[in-house]
Design a binder for this molecule. Sequence first.
Ligand SMILES: NC(=O)c1ccc[n+]([C@@H]2O[C@H](COP(=O)([O-])OP(=O)(O)OC[C@H]3O[C@@H](n4cnc5c(N)ncnc54)[C@H](O)[C@@H]3O)[C@@H](O)[C@H]2O)c1
Length: 328
Amino acid sequence: MKVLVAGGAGYIGSHCVRQLQAAGHSPIVVDNLVFGHRQAIAADIPFYPLDLGDHKAMVRLLDQEKIELVMHFAAFAYVGESVTDPRGYYENNSVATLRLLEAMLDVGVGKFVFSSTCATYGEPEKLPITEDLPQSPINPYGQTKLDVEHMLKAFAHAYGMSFAAFRYFNAAGAAEDGSIGEDHNPETHLIPLVIDAATGKRENIKIFGTDYPTPDGTCLRDYVHVDDLSRAHIAAFPLLENKGQQLFYNLGTGKPNSVREIITAVEAVSGLKVPLVEAPRRAGDPPALYADSSKAMRELGWQLQYPDVTKTIETAWRWHRDHPNGFV
Ligand SMILES: NC(=O)c1ccc[n+]([C@@H]2O[C@H](COP(=O)([O-])OP(=O)(O)OC[C@H]3O[C@@H](n4cnc5c(N)ncnc54)[C@H](O)[C@@H]3O)[C@@H](O)[C@H]2O)c1
């Protein structure tokens, strides 16, 4: 299929482009490079440096490239910033997505795959998190993603659009061959931050909260390999052939790791000591968040190639070791 990958120069999108090619699809990337990296996309992949909010340009692109399906990774994703300065989040995550869906309707492209997030659940009532739990985001970032989920339901109902919305837990790792990986600026994700502390790129890693009701007192999160995420997206394509299809899936390993476990695993993989500082809890950090992904496994035949976080960290370590300054 000819697949438009919006935000395809970003971390998860660029890995998905690789997986699409490997599965025999033809990816076409659109990214305004506000965060992404042109170098993350191979030279032979068509690349359009456009903003999704540019309705005219998007209509032209969807039409000219005869796009059959759109995968949408483009968003702002800094939770803290979404609280202090939410305007851009509603504009870029909710409104720009509406513009993209309108362009699809104008051209008659009816299949959509969306990057949602476990942040739509807020502080969950129970664990592991299943798709049917109430969604009650505790920050504007999560709210903008939930807004899009609601938009998608309405578009499926009214216009017969088919979609799969994937609620990711913590995306982690890098391509197995070490050629692309995570390069966010600023970086807020734990594994790259711990690696930076190990290599001396940052002074230390702060552990926010050591008195949580968890086995070692630190928060538990679910780290899922970026290539495993990508494969789930592609596995949903056949189901999107049915008009009006509405699919929601959690994507995580279901095996949470604590902050201390991640630090220990980075030390084991890198052979380096990680300097750490213990700090008080941060507001809005639940003790544990992890997925029940059995629905994706059952319905999409999704299987984890990286069930063990140490293997995921090995891929991240290779990327960061060999590219200490990211894509520059
Ligand atoms: N990384 C995670 O752990 C995680 C977890 C849950 C959900 N998500 C979601 O997954 C998606 C991808 O995350 P990521 O970590 O790869 O982020 P990223 O910032 O690396 O990638 C997003 C890409 O979208 C592009 N972009 C943003 N706004 C755009 C616009 N208006 N027009 C064109 N391009 C635009 C950016 O330049 C960037 O290349 C996001 O929607 C994010 O909310 C990520």
